[in-house]
Design a protein around this ligand. Sequence first.
Ligand code: SAH
Ligand code: SF4
Ligand code: F3S
Length: 445
Amino acid sequence: MNHKPQKLYIATFGCQMNDRDSEIMAQLLADDYQPTSDLDQADMVIVNTCSIRAKAEQKAFSLLGALRKYKKTRPKMIIAATGCVAQQDGNKIFSRMNHVDLVIGPQSIYRLPELTGKLKEKRKKIDCTKFSKSFVIPPFLPDINSGLPHKRFVTIMQGCNNYCTYCIVPYVRGREISRLAADIIAEVKHLVAHGIREVTLLGQNVNSYGNDQKGEFPGFPQLLRQVAAIKGVERLRFTTSNPKDLSDELIACFADLDNLCSHFHLPVQSGSNLILKRMNRKYTIEKYLEQVEKLRRARADIVLTTDIIVGFPGENEDDFAATMKLLETLRYHSSFSFIYSSRPPARSCEFTDTIAEEIKKERLARYQARQKEITLERHHEYVGRIMEIMVEGESRNRTGQWCGRTTGNQIVNFDSQENLAPGLIFEVKITEACFNSLRAVRVAD
Ligand code: SAH
Ligand code: SF4
Ligand code: F3S
């Protein structure tokens, strides 16, 4: 018997759903493997991949490729590819990277210990990437001893049914599957019982939570109310929300629930109705503006952020001008903006009116430059105000410099000689606006 503890290295790419899946995988393997951040120490490496844009996929393959030399010197090392690229390429990964041992799709991560055991026993590569129609997200209580002590993600659904024409997600994450409300509630209760004060509910389109299930299933607004009512949930967030399914009931939650944070990430993708139609987003800009107005009526101080794609096939200067106009109208607090990337088998790959790379880059730069100015202007509006923050932790680079987050999720830096526990909530006065953060001083209690 080998009693030396084995070491597990996990590299995570992509979205928060992948972050959560990586936590789950680490926990599932915890009996046999302890985490390490040093590849040279690793007995097992999991590359949890993302395939949303070509660049994300390249990053995953370049790490997988770099592992070849580790495997040469340490042939017993187990290398697993998981996540969306794994799902997409399945056993093709073995022919391209013959040093990879396991390819596991997002639905199968719960089988990781069993598959690792099988691999060790039979020394034969395993591809486990089939979607199952009867898949149910297992009830699973998170490990409190690893991970952040004050905030966690809770997955409420997997997959996506929307087929936006640019998007690979429905192909690599499968059909929408909502998790049982009772399991979600049990997970949140477990978290708060162990000191967690903030939870973020996760799904590709949380607005359609429950729609895939028959019978007694709450809708997303009802679920949100149930979670908000759990004693100990100081801050509640969710992501992501497709505007096509944003209901008045969800907007009403912002008026009613004090612990629901003042942040709404509402990806718009484009300001042009023509492009939205070709993206199969199923809403118009007029409808979107109406929703934002309602949201701002429900919660005047709500921080609005978005995702933008520039250079979608057929996007002409007028379409792009409409996106810039939308930015001026709504003055997003910040946005994630991306150059369109063609992702077979997503349908837009077949659109032939593609945009030249230089034009895409120029548009992205224009959008980002203006957003940066608006973010700073927005930040200036906070100077002098009293805001509530939750402590994140002390700066790694400077003792006495601390960081917290507002309910709008903005980063606030402040000085403190006291040792502050992550998750502590108190008021600060904003003194300075920077591009990516605010500066503040603590207000005496
Ligand atoms: N489910 C979320 C989006 C998840 S993907 C929603 O519907 O809003 C995160 C973001 O990646 C998207 O909002 C989009 O802006 C971007 N994205 C997705 N596919 C892309 C592609 N092919 N090229 C560029 N950006 C893309
Ligand atoms: Fe992709 Fe659209 Fe689903 Fe979001 S809603 S994950 S953009 S297909
Ligand atoms: Fe990427 Fe898959 Fe998330 S493609 S964004 S890791 S769902």
